[in-house]
Write a protein that binds this ligand. Structure first.
Ligand code: PLP
Length: 384
């Protein structure tokens, strides 16, 4: 049996998305900036896609900027806001559990003379609103807190965070890569938002940024003035059409899917926790419908992934981007796990094609694999 349970890393393209994209690779291949009919055809597809994305989050079309990824969107927001608003202040606030795209952009800005506050989180991964309030200063120009964490699935209280930022007069950005199209998002108190198509059955290499009207931001890419001058580059029309088609499908599928996945997730969690010395990372309920994250004492997450793979099951030790490094996940460390506990972690992320039979199979295989690895573990003596 082949079971893909790594939907948080990436998702397969929905066949309907592929069909929508196809004509834009060869038949409708125009450059949206050209004035002839090929160009106008591309421009129309671009603007219709912008409207689709805007409608999904109740934004205006001109507030949507297409990018090459969420990493690009996040870099553009953090650096673009910093440089456009540096006369007002040079202080930025984020959390210690953000994706590397946020953390590395902030680190880079620190080298450019900006100051960054990294808010701690509690054992579930929640940002403390009182600590946020206390951290906002007169020179704070941006708060960037993710909507849902990519490793432990914790959903941050972004409505309250946005409200606090509004009251204090600072801009609020949220990395909604993991939540977009999975749970509802209210942008009322959000100024900037990043998303990525490949996390919700769209193509890889295309993302988008919501930038509220009148927000002062510098572009990261300078050139021909595409995307309202905020992201020069000939637009990837096929990718953008794919992103928009994936968004359309989300509006039809999201609600029922969340219900189904929550049930499957809870069935998985309940059964996996029957394994001796196993623990859940993140909050039992306030987590993404498709996310489960565990740590198993006395074993290595990497070994677990390899063993599960031999049974046809694809899972992850943390974020795909950091799983090639030996450092334990910064997210698991931030919620208080010890080095060796973080190393024994496993992320299982479900998606729209996940079936009960696949979860039942995983529940059967996982304890066996854990038990086998523990037999080989150097900690074995301490455990029994
Ligand atoms: N932010 C979060 C929370 C993510 O999970 C990811 C991808 O893993 C990214 C940002 C980066 O997205 P992209 O692959 O589009 O650059």
């Amino acid at each position: 049996m082949k079971v893909y349970l790594d939907y948080a890393a990436t998702t397969p393209l929905d066949p309907k998305v592929l069909e929508a994209m196809k004509p834009y690779f060869n038949k409708k291949f125009g450059n949206s900036m050209s004035l002839h009919s090929w160009g106008l055809e591309a421009k129309q597809a671009l603007e219709e896609s912008r409207e689709t994305v805007a409608k999904f989050i109740n934004a205006n079309p001109e507030e949507i900027i297409f990018t090459g990824s969420a990493t690009e969107s996040i870099n553009s927001v953090i650096k673009g806001i910093a440089f456009a608003n540096k006369d007002k202040g040079k202080h930025i606030i984020t959390s210690s559990i953000e994706h590397h795209a946020v953390l590395e952009s902030c680190k880079w800005l620190e080298n450019q003379g900006f100051e960054v506050t990294y808010l701690p989180v509690d054992k579930y991964g929640f940002v403390d609103l009182e600590k946020l309030k206390a951290a906002i200063r007169a020179d704070t120009i941006l708060v960037s807190i993710m909507h849902a964490n990519n490793e432990i699935g914790t959903i941050e209280p972004i409505e309250e965070i946005g409200k606090i930022c509004k009251e204090k007069g600072t801009l609020f950005h949220t990395d909604a890569v993991q939540s977009f199209g999975k749970i509802p998002i209210d942008i009322k108190n959000i100024d900037l938002l990043s998303l990525s198509a490949h996390k919700f059955y769209g193509p890889k290499g295309v993302g988008a940024t919501f930038i509220r009207r009148k927000v002062k931001i510098d572009p990261l890419l300078h050139g021909g003035g595409h995307e309202f001058g905020l992201r020069s580059s000939t637009e990837n029309i096929a990718g953008i059409v794919g992103l928009a088609e994936a968004v359309k499908l989300r509006s039809k599928e999201m609600k029922a899917e969340a219900k189904k996945l929550t049930k499957l997730r809870d069935y998985l969690i309940k059964n996996v926790l029957k394994t001796e010395n196993s623990h859940l990372n993140g909050h039992p309920i306030k987590r993404l419908p498709n996310n489960a994250n565990f740590w198993f004492a006395f074993i290595e997450g990497e070994a677990l992934i390899v063993q599960l793979d031999s049974y046809g099951i694809a899972a992850s030790t943390g974020s795909a981007c950091s799983s090639s490094t030996l450092e334990p996940s910064h997210v698991l460390k931030a919620i208080g796990l010890k080095h060796e506990e973080a190393h024994g972690s496993l992320r299982i992320s479900l998606g729209k094609y996940t079936t009960k039979a696949e979860i039942a199979y995983t529940i059967k295989v996982l304890p066996k694999v854990v038990e086998n690895l523990r037999k080989l573990s150097p900690f074995k003596g301490k455990w029994k």
